[in-house]
Design a binder for this molecule. Sequence first.
Ligand code: MN
Ligand code: MN
Length: 459
Amino acid sequence: MKIENSFKKYNNNQKNEMERVCSGYINFLNKGKTERECVKEIIKQAQAAGYKDIVSVIKEGGKLSEGDKVYSVCMGKAVALFNIGEKPMTCGMNILGAHIDSPRLDIKQNPLFEDGELAFLDTHYYGGIKKYQWVALPLALHGVVVKKSGQIVEINIGEDDNDPVFCITDLLIHLAQEQMEKKGARVVEGEDLNILIGNSPAEGEEKEAVKANVLRLLKEKYDIDEEDFISAEIEAVPAGKAREGGLDRSMIIAYGQDDRVCAYTSLLAMLETESVYKTACCLLVDKEEIGSVGATGMQSRFFENTVAEVMNLMREYSELNLRRCLKSSRMLSSDVSSAYDPAYASAFEKNNVAYLSHGVVFNKFTGARGKSGSNDANAEYLAVLRDIMDKNEVNYQTSELGRVDLGGGGTIAYILALYGMEVIDSGVAVLSMHAPWEVTSKADVYEAAKCYKAFIKNA
Ligand code: MN
Ligand code: MN
C-alpha cells in the first residue's frame, strides 16, 4: 500500500487553507499551555461560534432542539460541546474526543526550600517523561493559587518577553563522569527536578534569606503566602511560543502537542460545522496522561451526566434512551501517534507506522504486547470510515505505535467503548512525543481537521 505525502496533493487554495488551520492551531497552543488555560480558550471560541453554557440553559428553564449549540465544563479542566442534530438522540451521536492535559512538572504542595543560598521549588512530574530532557531549558510557571477565601490567583510567569524564566540545573560535563555512566532513567531522578527560583537574600534576614526574599516577592506581587501552595495547581512547562519548523516551514515545533493537536482540530471541526444530521459532540478531557482518572478524566461520569442533561433539555431523557444514545454513537478518539523517526528506525515496523505528512492516522488498536489495554476497533467501523475519508478526499494512514513487543500505550478509547459504541483511535503523528518540544506536520494538522469535519457530517 502506498500512501502519499499530503504536500504533493495540495493546490494553492488547499495550501492557504492549511496555513489558516495551522495559524489558528499555533495561536491555541500559545494560549493553552495547561488544561485550565485550554478550557478558557475553548469556551471563548465556542461562545463566539454561538455555543451557550448548558448551566444557563438549565437555569432559564430552556429547551434544546435541532440546531442548538451548548457546552458543559467540568471543574475548569474538561469540556463537552454539543451541536444538536436533526435525528433524535437515541440514534446516537458522532463524537470527537481528545485530551488537553500534557506531560509537565507539577509544583508540590510544600515546594519552597533553600540550599546553597539558592531557592528552589520542588516538583512532582505529571505523565510519562524522560526526566533528563527537562533540565537546563527555560521553564514557565502556569496555574492557579486558590486562597482560603475562594479567591483564585492566576499565575503565568515566563511567557512574556519581559518575564523572568526558570530552570532546573544540570551537572557540568567536566564532573559528570559518574552521572554519564548511569542508565537513562537515572541520569536525572524525579526528586532532583527542582526549579531554581531565586538567589538574592532578603534584607535583614539571617536564616534562609533567599527563600524569605522569594516569599516577600510572592506576597508583594500575588498576595500569596507559603501556606497558599497547599491549595495551588502550578505547572512548570517549557517557556516559549509554538513555532514553525524547518526551512520549508512545513512543520510545527511546540510544547504540549500531545494532545492539543487533536483537541484543537476536533474543536475547529465542531465550531466550523453549522448543521448536522446526527448530534455532534466534542469531548476534550483532562488526566489522560495519568490514566484518565479523577472527576475531570474520561473515567468520570461527567460525560454521561452531561449527555443525560442534554437529552433532558430535549425532552428525550429516560435511562433507557440515554443507554440507547450512547450505544448507538460513533467516536473518533483522537490522540497523537508516534511518527517514524529514522534515527530510531529499529523501534518501528516500517509498513505499519505513521509517517509525518502522510495524513491523519487511524490505529485499529493500541495497547502493549498482545494488545493489552487496547480498544480494538471493529473492521466494519473501519470500512465505514475508509468510505467517508475517500469520499471527502482526506489523506489517511494506518499505524501501530511501534514494533511489537517493544512497549505500548493506551488512550481514552476503551472507556467510551464500554458503552458499546463504535470507537477508534485516530489522530496526528508526532516526532519526539512527550519531549518538551514536539514536532508535527502542518499537512497532518490540516488533514486531521478535514477528517473530523467529514466525520461529524457523514458518520
Ligand atoms: Mn496523548
Ligand atoms: Mn501522551
